[in-house]
Design a protein around this ligand. Structure first.
Ligand SMILES: CC(C)(COP(=O)(O)OP(=O)(O)OC[C@H]1O[C@@H](n2cnc3c(N)ncnc32)[C@H](O)[C@@H]1OP(=O)(O)O)[C@@H](O)C(=O)NCCC(=O)NCCS
Length: 299
């Protein structure tokens, strides 16, 4: 019998014990658990079997009425028994009760259990990305001539991004770390997530644009959310951004949907960014429109 309930502070020890068994102890949950347990806008649910917490998952809000699910984990000793799916369904139901009209999440392409749960609950794949990182082991960035780098206004950024091939390849979703947001729903959110924005001009307009955010804490990688325009500008923009953000390491999610690939991918690889896979899309973004769930449990 699976019992789902809201997590309490006393569950932290079990949650951490489960997390420690995930990905050789490299799970991010320990770094965020305190926030998950206290954030009034979030909801951490746990699943119990015979009174023992065996699984947990978290919901936060991307935008008003747009929920984001993340961090589902089941104790390896209890996997394949339907706990993960039951918990996911409960999190969807609770999100709907709390006013969600849309629910999204991301997962890795080879996470079969996760994908089976997601797709069986009605989520549809809406975008895909290539995860890239530029570590301290990468060769130094090249010396570049400054192609006339300047700062666009927020309105110019929104205009550039909204009609960019980059956003089209991402089917309208833009990355912020492992979160993905629909740009058109609230362009202001893009500006808030990417406070660093530089570009190059030509013919009175903007030719290229880079949007990024610094690492959250000292030593964290800076995150590149957007890079599009003339590839001839990309190296200089990255060099400038690395300098301004004091970034020694970078992470990025570059849009790719089969043969439709954002221009930035090839260029970033030449600049020492490496994918975990061979450069194919590996991070998948899923979306569920609640009104389409009619007849299912979460309706
Ligand atoms: C994803 C996860 C939470 C699923 O938990 P779970 O309690 O085992 O989930 P369920 O028992 O409901 O099983 C879900 C589906 O995965 C399938 N599955 C379970 N283990 C599997 C495996 N090793 N290979 C392939 N499919 C598997 C199940 O058969 C089931 O699909 P089906 O009912 O269509 O046959 C669990 O695998 C986990 O903690 N993984 C590590 C953390 C992680 O990857 N989280 C997701 C990040 S997006």
């Amino acid at each position: 019998m699976i019992h789902i309930r809201k997590a309490q502070r006393e569950d932290a020890e079990r949650v951490l014990a489960i997390s420690a068994q995930i990905w050789d102890g490299n799970d991010y949950v320990p770094s965020t658990l305190a926030d998950w347990l206290t954030n009034p806008a979030g909801e951490l649910l746990v699943a119990e079997v015979d009174g023992t917490v065996v699984s947990f998952a978290y919901r936060t809000w991307l935008l008003p009425r747009h929920a984001w699910l993340q961090g589902i984990r089941t104790d390896p000793a209890y996997r394949g028994k339907g706990v993960g799916r039951t918990l996911s369904r409960a999190l969807i139901d609770r999100s709907c009760q709390d006013g969600a009209t849309r629910i999204s999440l991301s997962t890795y392409f080879d996470n079969t259990p996760s994908i089976r749960i997601i797709e069986s609950l009605g989520f549809e794949r809406v975008a895909s990305f290539v995860y890239l990182e530029r570590t301290e082991k990468a060769p130094p960035l090249p010396a570049t001539a400054n192609p006339g780098i300047a700062e666009p206004t927020p309105e110019e950024v929104v205009q550039f991004v909204s009609v960019s091939p980059y956003l089209a390849t991402a089917h309208g979703w833009y990355p912020f770390e492992w979160l993905f947001l629909p740009f058109a729903a609230r362009p202001q959110a893009f500006l808030e997530k990417t406070p660093y924005r530089i570009g190059t001009r030509s013919n009175g307009g903007w030719r290229s644009l880079l949007c990024a955010s610094p690492g959250r804490e000292d030593g964290d990688a800076a995150f590149l959310s957007f890079l599009d325009g003339d590839p001839g500008d990309f190296a200089a923009l990255l060099v400038q951004a690395s300098r301004d953000l004091a970034a020694t390491t970078w992470e990025s999610m570059i849009p790719r949907c089969g043969e439709d690939v954002a221009l930035a991918l090839a260029c970033l690889r030449r600049l020492g960014f490496t994918p975990w896979q061979d450069g194919r899309e590996d991070v998948l973004c899923y979306d569920l429109i609640v009104s389409r769930l009619k007849g299912r449990s979460a309706a």
